[in-house]
Design a protein around this ligand. Sequence first.
Ligand SMILES: *Cc1c(COP(=O)(O)O)cnc(C)c1O
Length: 348
Amino acid sequence: MSETITVDLVSDTATKPTRAMRRAMADAPVGDEQRREDPTVNALNERVADLLGQEAALFLPSGTMCNQIAIATHCRAGDEIIAAQGAHIDGAEGAGAAVFAGSFVNRIASPRGIFTGDDVRAAVRARHPKFPRTRLVEVEQTNNRGGGAVWPRQAIVSVVEAARAHGLLLHMDGARLMNAAVASGEPARSYAGSFDSVWLDLSKGLGCPVGGVLAGSRDFIAEADIWKHRFGGAMRQAGILAAAGLYALDHHVDRLAEDHANARRLASRLAALPGVRLDPSVVETNIVFIDVGANGLSAPAIGEAMLRHGIRLHIQSERRIRAVTHLDIAASDVDRTADLLESMLSGQ
Ligand SMILES: *Cc1c(COP(=O)(O)O)cnc(C)c1O
């Protein structure tokens, strides 16, 4: 790509570590992480376990590895995972559940990726030698393809109850769990504490360069640690990276509210444009989906035109655009984006 991007709304993975975060990384005490001798990694694991209401945690290189290690730990060949259609584990991890655990996703069609205990009860297979074994229920908090929708606590409680009644395990993809916590005012552990495994991503809105932290019971984490080694994800002086995570938990959580305000600001400006289909009231966190199909314009053409102005959007289909706000996006960036889209869509 030849254009210089000055406003990158493609994803909250676009964040770059701040100077202060880089200083915290440079100064971090380190040791051999594989031997559990890295004090900064150990501190991050303890901190996240406590934050999520779990016994133990494991620092990993990415969120995808958190999901895949959790699935490999919970499931064996022939198992089925209940998750929302369009979940990250369903379509965005190279069929890792099939590759590593011989398992597959039974997708539940649900509004904005949020389903109910009744949906779980309807999806669970009866026990019979000819059926797959339903093993795991996965909840994505917030739901990415659902436009950053926050699972209400009551929906989570109903899914947990249904899963437990059928002896199923529960996994939470918490890539943006802290966005949910900040948007709703619910502590993260009130969403995650009753799950068998849960993780949060450090490299999205929290602004770290690398990493995710997977949490669960001590037994679960001991098993997950074996998979971490198998995957080649065990590191050495990884405290340099974990220090960014500790810094982010101190400084970058409360400010997620600014990202949510910027997303709402963008949504309410764009919703007023001719031909745009967008309901600003569904924007709860930092993701905005913009449907431009009704304008007769193509999303890829708009994406290219915006790129010429240094603004990058995620083009999801012929008619759908996604914009994600984050640490490196200011209200003035949102205004510039809205101004440009306004002049393009009004044909000026
Ligand atoms: C980004 C994302 C992941 C994967 O995280 P990485 O750190 O990019 O591997 C998993 N689930 C959801 C919902 C995500 O948005």
